[in-house]
Ligand binder design. Structure first.
Ligand SMILES: Nc1ncnc2c1ncn2[C@@H]1O[C@H](COP(=O)(O)OP(=O)(O)OP(=O)(O)O)[C@@H](O)[C@H]1O
Length: 312
């Protein structure tokens, strides 16, 4: 089945800031795709390009087969979109804003909207201006999903919501994916993403550093810890793709992807190692390994620790 979202070599610069740097991505239908990244990583810029609010400097982007530059109007009509600060007409009641929005969609919209309001416990006669942040977010989500879109794009949908509302929100995302719809959400909430996402993309400084199904990502990434017999002792990097290395006294720690199954057979023979263990990494460990500028990039101690030959 063809992708719901595609980005090919998309770049976008604002003055000196490279907000997106040669981003490539394909999102298949029927999944919850979570875009993770620190502040300023480029998530909103990507979403604004996908929704036709911003034009890329180079590259191509399509959503539901519409080109994002030429077909922004069609895209916004077909998808559901909730921005990080949804603009709602404040003076309207929840009912009125639904009635107003229903003019753009088919007859089924109004009934579905009212059902969603009831499910979210929003009194339909309440004016938007007297609603709490969470209630407004629920109205925005009901407006974005009442036409049952193939694709729902949410920019930090749960920021500022209480845990119960968050849970309700996220469960409704999983339900949508189960019905074959696609959800793209950007988030800082790693633990939430871990609960609901099928796929994750990690953005860092405008680049999409990693895109993988969440289960496969967690299965392929391990934390390896070696306790050395001396605080100055070193050891070669573990086999596989070592993302980061850290040291605390006698303990060395690496986050490693794609370690061979038999990694311990050769590695544990290294001298100076008292204890060696490997455990599964959480999404947060992986996120920090990819994004944290303070995290140490690995150095092969085999090379660096070998003593220089002494000449007498
Ligand atoms: N209209 C704009 N004009 C100038 N710079 C911009 C504009 N929009 C975004 N940027 C810059 O581009 C970079 C990426 O911003 P973006 O909003 O896409 O990040 P983000 O990942 O959504 O961040 P956050 O999680 O903080 O919302 C930032 O450095 C931001 O300052």
């Amino acid at each position: 089945m063809s992708s719901v979202i595609t980005l090919h070599n998309v770049s976008k610069r604002f003055g000196r800031t490279q907000a997106l740097d040669d981003v490539n991505l394909e999102i298949p239908p029927g999944i919850v795709f979570a875009l993770l990244g620190e502040n300023g990583a480029g998530k909103t810029t990507m979403i604004r390009i996908l929704t036709g609010f911003q034009t890329p400097d180079s590259g191509t982007a399509t959503v539901l087969r519409h080109d994002c530059v030429k077909g922004g109007m069609e895209i916004r009509r077909e998808i559901g979109y909730v921005s990080d600060a949804p603009a709602l007409y404040d003076w309207m009641t929840a009912d009125e804003i639904g009635w107003f929005t229903s003019a753009f969609y088919d007859e089924a919209f109004s009934n579905r909207y009212l059902e969603l309001l009831a499910a979210f416990d929003i009194p339909s006669g309440t004016r938007i201006k007297s609603m709490s942040k969470g209630q407004r977010a629920k109205v925005a989500l009901a407006l974005a999903t009442a036409h049952d879109p193939q694709l729902l794009i949410l920019d930090e949908p749960t920021s500022g919501l209480d845990p119960m509302v968050r849970r309700q929100f996220l469960e409704s995302m999983v339900d949508r994916a189960a019905l074959g719809r696609t959800v793209l959400l950007s988030s800082h909430q790693i633990s939430e993403v871990e609960r609901v996402a099928d796929w994750v993309g990690i953005m860092h400084q405008g680049q999409l550093k990693l895109v993988q199904p969440l289960d496969a990502l967690k299965q392929s990434t391990r934390i390896v810890t070696a306790t050395m017999d001396d605080a100055s002792a070193t050891i070669a990097l573990p086999p596989g793709n070592v993302l980061t290395e850290s040291r605390n006294g006698r303990q060395m720690r690496w986050i490693v992807q794609d370690m061979p199954d038999n990694w311990q057979t050769t590695y544990s023979c290294e001298s100076g190692v008292e204890d060696l263990k490997s455990e599964s990494a959480t999404l947060e460990d992986i996120f920090v390994a990819v994004c944290d500028r303070r995290a140490t990039r690995p150095v092969d101690h085999e090379e660096t620790s070998r003593p220089e030959p002494q000449l007498f």
